[in-house]
Design a protein around this ligand. Structure first.
Ligand code: 4NP
Length: 157
């Protein structure tokens, strides 16, 4: 069976999309679905390439027994051909992804959506950027993502 490939995307790839990736991996492990998926995350920006996720996010996630192991990378044209689903954290990421996709001729390139399309508990239509805020912002991002990431899994199951 062909694996389902999912790429989570934010701006820096050090806060929101690594958290979404780790939450999704954790959820797939619990549901014994790990082998059915290819999961990754990327940023639209290039500032943090090669870096670990923000330590504030790593610590907040670890309190929920979620390990964030990713290293930041920037999205590339190849990702639009290799991933079935590309999930943006906010409107700005979403618009940037659509602009990038418009430059690709491949007919079967990725389905691009906002992760918050799959929310059920939280009202936010975007995952807020916690980078310039306090520690509580990181917990809020995790709360939001636990809701919408599981909603995404249900939508494709
Ligand atoms: P992320 O957060 O997009 O959730 O990874 C950010 C990380 C870094 C910056 C902005 C947002 N920055 O401006 O460096």
């Amino acid at each position: 069976m062909k694996k389902i490939s999912v790429l989570f995307v934010c701006l820096g790839n050090i806060c929101r999309s690594p958290a979404a990736e780790a939450i999704f991996i954790n959820l797939l492990e619990k549901k014994k679905l790990t082998n059915d998926f290819i999961i990754d995350s990327a940023g639209t920006g290039s500032w943090h390439i090669g870096k670990k996720a923000d330590s504030r996010m790593i610590i907040a996630a670890a309190r929920r027994d979620i390990n964030i192991l990713s290293r930041a990378r920037q999205i590339s044209i190849k990702d639009f051909e290799e991933f079935q689903y590309i999930l943006a954290m906010d409107d700005s990421n979403y618009r940037n992804l659509l602009d990038l996709k418009n430059n690709i001729s491949s007919a079967d390139s990725a389905s691009i959506k906002k992760i918050q399309n799959f929310r059920s508990v939280f009202y936010e239509e975007e995952v807020p950027d916690p980078y310039f805020g306090g520690d509580e912002g990181f917990d809020h991002v995790l709360d939001i993502l636990e809701d919408s990431v599981s909603g995404f899994l249900e939508s494709i199951s």
